[in-house]
Design a protein around this ligand. Structure first.
Ligand SMILES: *Cc1c(COP(=O)(O)O)cnc(C)c1O
Length: 418
């Protein structure tokens, strides 16, 4: 149902645009029949985990797709990061962007390594190499770049810094499966890179991840570590954890991989439609992907410039939620404003001006295989109407509590009850 007038918006009493909520990161699901056949074969063979045939096949297919020597599949990307960080013997301080999913920071903190938050550059929201250089201290042992929104970090500049300062360089490539940089696939940069195959990611294995690397010795270590350090039936030669991927996850991954071109095509169509409809709206800037490279187009990222629009990102978000468009404020408020980092470094924000600004402006809109062109038209109608009436909207919102803001004082104990 198209919307045209202020009173068409749900927040002004209009009919809610979408009966079913539209989410960011609704899973892409490939050929269900193929998936069911694979799951059946797993149950038939009773080989459910521990380097089963499907995990092995998935690792080979990922490695081939990416053009990398080794792929080690894991239970998720966070554990993959933790294992990689240990395998590379990182200690002390490691530099990461503050504008990322919290797992990048937690993977370090979990192992008593200090994440040092660094600012991003404003155009692509990627780690700013000039600022990385300034964040290096005598305790720094590594840099983790994050290929945010599937765009690739400035690999050359970061490699150069890492080499000059003898630091390890790795990448959190959770968003970037399938993306290329100078026509080389992500997965070949730094010492190693980590993919996430979480349900919300472009290619999913329900839960899952992988470390990819061209380093034989590193790959061997990681294989041991993700399987308790077992080198033989009853022989353990290394400290390890349980980071294994299971067979059903691999079945999902293999099935998803077979549809990768379709997923990209749908995401690309959605991206073009959003670009076309949002371009004429003043005060909205949509992140544009580099068309000279392969992208997965998994994220539709907009920035709202309140000075121009007269309404804030959060106000627009509230309007969208009322119409069942569950857009998201990734990565609000920034890792440095989440615990335990906020208490440890309460003033970190002063060195992170771009992160601070972006975390107030950025909004991620629904896309993927469950979102169609008509949905996008309606979403953009809502945005256009809202931005055409900033005064009335502000007045209407003054007395309504946004559904996405929780009281600030939620203790850890309370959080566990939910
Ligand atoms: C999703 C994500 C992760 C964590 O991946 P999991 O597989 O859920 O553990 C890490 N970093 C970034 C940037 C992510 O988006």
């Amino acid at each position: 149902m198209r919307k045209a007038l202020l009173n068409d918006l749900a927040i002004f009493g209009g009919q809610v645009a979408f009966e079913e909520r539209l989410y960011v990161g609704r899973p892409n699901i490939g050929n269900r029949k193929r998936l069911m056949e694979r799951i059946d074969s797993i149950l038939e063979s009773r080989w459910l985990s521990n380097d089963g045939p499907l995990v092995t096949e998935f690792e080979q297919k990922v490695a081939k797709y990416v053009g990398v020597k080794h792929c080690i599949a894991t239970c998720n990307a966070t554990v993959a990061l933790e294992i990689l960080i240990r395998a590379l013997d990182l200690q002390g301080e490691v530099i990461i962007p503050a504008f990322t999913f919290i797992a990048t920071a937690h993977a370090l903190e979990w192992q008593q390594i200090t994440p040092v938050f660094c600012d991003i550059e404003p155009r692509q929201h990627l780690l700013d190499p000039s600022r990385v250089e300034r964040a290096i201290t005598s305790r720094t042992t590594g840099i983790i770049g994050v290929h945010l929104w599937g765009q690739i970090c400035d690999v050359e500049a970061l490699s150069d810094i890492a080499n000059r300062h003898r630091l390890k360089l790795l990448f959190d490539a959770a968003h970037a499966f399938g993306s290329t940089y100078k026509n080389q696939h992500v997965g070949n940069f730094g010492s190693a890179e980590v993919f996430s195959f979480h349900a919300t990611k472009f290619i999913n294995t329900l839960e899952g991840g992988a470390v990819v690397t061209n380093d034989d010795e590193l790959a061997r270590k990681i294989r041991l570590m993700k399987n308790f350090g077992f080198t033989y039936w009853d022989e353990v030669s290394y400290v390890g954890t349980n980071g294994k991927m299971n067979e059903i996850s691999a079945a999902m991954g293999l099935t998803s991989l077979e549809s990768i071109q379709d997923f990209i095509a749908i995401n690309y169509e959605n991206y073009k439609r959003y670009t076309e409809l949002l371009a004429p709206i003043p005060g909205i800037r949509m992140l544009q992907y580099d068309t000279g490279e392969t992208n997965n187009y998994q994220y539709i990222v907009i920035e709202i410039d309140e000075e121009q629009t007269g309404i804030s990102r959060d106000e627009l978000l509230q309007v969208l939620w009322e119409d069942n468009v569950i857009a998201r404020r990734y990565f609000h408020p920034g890792c440095h404003r989440m615990e335990p980092y906020l208490s440890k470094y309460p003033n970190a924000g002063s060195t992170l001006p771009v992160t601070e600004e972006k975390s107030k402006r950025v909004l991620v809109l629904p896309t993927g295989t469950t979102v169609c062109s008509e949905d996008i038209t309606v979403i953009c109608d809502i945005i256009a109407i809202a931005l055409a009436h900033p005064k009335q909207l502000k007045e209407r919102l003054r007395t309504t509590q946004p559904p996405f803001n929780r009281p600030v004082e939620v203790s850890v104990a309370d959080a566990h009850k939910n």
